[in-house]
Design a protein around this ligand. Sequence first.
Ligand SMILES: [Zn+2]
Length: 257
Amino acid sequence: MHKPPIFGEIRFSCPHCGALAHQYWALTRHREVAKNWTPKELHNPLAHMYVTGISAAEALKKVIGKKVTLHDDEDRGNTQLIRNLHSSRCDSCGNISIWLQEKLVYPAAAPTGMANLDMPAQVRTLYDEAGAVFRTSPRAAAALLRLALQHLLIALGEKGDNICEDINKLVDKGLDADIALTMDTIRIVGNESAHPGIINVNEEPEIAAVMFELLNEIVKDMISKPMQKEAIRKILPKKKRVEIERKLAKRDRGDSK
Ligand SMILES: [Zn+2]
């Protein structure tokens, strides 16, 4: 079950790992440091691990190699509470999400939530990249999602250099007409966003927002559903499975006549 991340909720689908998990909330305090101190680059592996989400205790354990316990700093002098900056830590993966003014600002989320968990890695990278730029440039997001579709077509066994041709080939192999149309919609909007055309994605960002949903739908139909069906078939006793496979083969032959 997917439960979108909501400010203040103690359980939602983590924007990092996707697991529906308990979230530990934290306040943020501001402490000024020495006058001539400025943030350094993250060359320290401990600092790097910390910001990439591993909890401080775990990061220390990795660096030092033994169990450590962190103590809360009792001295609260010289610190002020930042009222509108919070963080939530996922109980499942340990990664931290940052919330500003009750809005999730890290990790950058797509306008319609996270990618389908079965989305191939390369496609998901582009999906997330599109999500990160969506607010500043819906047009760039639309172009990235078109590119994501191209990579998805490669993952589905097509060449990926000509979306139109790839869709036609999939239709020949029995692709559902509705999915073909969805793919074509992403292709056209993505094209229009890259060239001066009829559709102005920056003026109508909701067009790009819908593209995220469409890409997820394609992954659900083309990857998730077949995987689920396969998993269910596998738990059937062998005799029953053979029976069903025979029935399906018969039906397929009937369809092709
Ligand atoms: Zn998580």
